[in-house]
Structure formats: structure tokens, C-alpha cells
Write a protein of this length. Structure first.
Length: 304
């Protein structure tokens, strides 16, 4: 029987479990001096010129050594990433993984302009901002000091880090900007009329099939063209509507089908008997009122 810690770990969603495990393993490796931070950070020259491609991954896994800041980052990942995967991106794991991959690519692209080589803190800040937009209706207690809306959590963290580290929060604001762009493209833009219902950040079909995401759950659907209504006579529309609402038997009657043809086109025994009786009445009763009834009145008489 698994212990509580193992059970909690196995209940974590896919990305949260993989990302948390990678951070813990890498931090342990640094603590045991199996690796050094100098071999983990990202630079274009070291990564693409020297061929050290693992830096594309390790730059997001390094959050420093074991410290209070490290514990807070792990808490944010486990709490907020889990809420996103199990809430807003429920049944859309491929979309979430694809969004995170694009977010990491964007952070790698802008990192030279930010002057930072470790991007784990930026990724956590961007995901925290996305969580704050999805769960803006919640209220959280910040370190037991005060209670604030979840929508203001990223800004509270920026102010807190600026006061503690005594620096301008340029990097933190850039991470919030990246998070806002991906939140807008992933959640807000598809709901707008000008988007045509197309989800810009939809995952590729290969990734959807790999992660068992139902393609029918995608929000990007083809826009159905409106049927032309010009140059249509109102009488034709009324006739088409009436004709579509009538039973199959009455439709045939409007097109001049005889009672014997109605009889052999029906498969129900009771319907056959009704048609047979109707045929007999039509042959024996020369009353013009019977033959001049509309299909609607004929249908009502059959129901009576």
C-alpha cells in the first residue's frame, strides 16, 4: 500500500509531476556536486555553437539551491500548475503542454535582451500569472500578512521581490507580459467574434493523439457559412416548411401519390390498415369535401 507522500505524488497531473521531479533531481545533483550551475544556464553560443543542447532544458529546471525561495517556487508549481491542468485545461493536456513549450521558446528568445541566463523563475512567474487570470475570483492570504484577490497575486509578488532584492523588476514584468500574451491568445482571443472560433494555440494533432486528447473538444471549429436568404419567395419558404413538417405519407399525398402506392410504401401493419380504409372511403364516398381537405386536415383526421 503506497504511503501518503507517494500517493500524493502519483496524483499530480503529468506536467506538474514531471517538472517538479526534474527540479528536485537537478537540485539534488547540484547539492551533491554532480553538476554545476555553469553547465546548466542558457546562452546561444554554448547551446548552439558548442552543441550543449541540454541547456535548453536545464535553464528552466534550475531554481537555485535549497532555500526559502526554492520552496516557494516549488509550492507555486505544485499549486498553480496543478490547478491549471486539473481545472482550466482539464481534458486538454496536449493544449497545456503545447502552450508551455511555446512559452519556454518565447522566454528563450527574449532572454538575451533581459540579461538573464536561468529562466526557471520566469516560467514560474508566467504560469502564476495565467493561474491568477483563470482564478481571479479567489482570495488568498499572502504569508499571513494580508488577504488579496488572486488577480493581484503576480503584482504583489513583483512588489515583494523588488523590496527584498532592492532592484527594478524588469525580468518579473517581462515574465508577466509573456504570461498575459499566452493567456490572451489561448483563452480570450478564441471567444471574440473576429477570431472565427479559431484557437491559435491549439496543439498539433500528433500531440493530441499522443496524449489521448479528443480532437472534438477543440474550440477551433469551422465557421459555418450562412445560408443565402435573398431572392427567395415567402410562399416557397412556407411551402418548404410545411412540407418538411408533414409525415412521409402526407408528403406523398401532396405530390399526387395514390392510396395503393401509400399502402405498399408503409411497413407498419396499422398504417397499412389506415391506408386501406382511406382508399375505400375515397372510392365509395364521392363527397367533394373529403377530397378537398388539405393535408393538414387529413393528418388530423387520421390522428382522430
Amino acid at each position: 500500500m503506497p504511503n501518503p507522500l507517494e500517493e500524493w505524488y502519483l496524483q499530480l497531473p503529468l506536467f506538474t509531476r514531471i517538472y517538479t521531479t526534474g527540479i528536485v533531481v537537478l537540485t539534488l545533483a547540484i547539492q551533491l556536486e554532480w553538476a554545476t550551475p555553469l553547465s546548466l544556464f542558457y546562452t546561444y553560443h554554448a547551446t548552439f555553437v558548442q552543441g550543449e543542447y541540454w541547456r535548453l532544458l536545464t535553464t528552466f529546471l534550475f531554481l537555485g539551491t535549497f532555500s526559502l525561495d526554492w520552496i516557494l517556487n516549488i509550492y507555486f508549481i505544485v499549486r498553480y500548475c496543478r490547478d491549471l491542468e486539473e481545472g482550466s485545461y482539464l481534458n486538454r493536456p496536449a493544449d497545456f503542454m503545447w502552450m508551455v513549450a511555446l512559452m519556454c521558446t518565447t522566454l528563450l528568445a527574449i532572454s538575451p535582451y533581459l540579461g538573464t541566463v536561468f529562466l526557471g523563475d520566469l516560467l514560474v512567474s508566467s504560469l502564476t500569472y495565467m493561474w491568477s487570470r483563470h482564478y481571479s475570483y479567489l482570495f488568498i492570504n499572502f504569508m499571513g500578512l494580508f488577504t488579496t484577490s488572486a488577480a493581484y497575486l503576480p503584482w504583489v509578488l513583483v512588489a515583494f521581490s523588488s523590496l527584498v532584492e532592492n532592484r527594478w523588476p524588469v525580468v518579473d514584468l517581462a515574465a508577466i507580459g509573456v504570461g498575459h500574451v499566452f493567456w490572451f491568445l489561448g483563452e480570450e482571443w478564441p471567444r471574440r467574434a473576429e477570431s472565427g472560433g479559431i484557437r491559435v494555440l491549439r496543439a498539433p494533432r500528433v500531440l493530441c493523439k499522443l496524449m489521448h486528447q479528443d480532437l472534438d473538444d477543440e474550440l477551433d471549429q469551422e465557421v459555418v457559412a450562412e445560408e443565402p436568404t435573398a431572392n427567395v419567395d415567402s410562399g416557397d419558404v412556407a411551402e418548404a416548411t410545411v412540407d418538411s413538417e408533414l409525415p412521409t405519407v402526407e408528403k406523398a399525398d401532396m405530390h399526387g401519390t395514390t392510396a395503393s402506392e401509400k399502402y405498399y410504401s408503409s411497413s407498419d401493419e396499422s398504417t397499412k390498415q389506415d391506408f386501406a380504409s382511406t382508399s375505400a372511403v375515397e372510392q365509395t364516398d364521392p363527397s367533394p369535401t373529403l377530397h378537398q381537405r388539405t393535408p393538414f386536415s387529413h393528418s388530423l383526421a387520421d390522428q382522430d
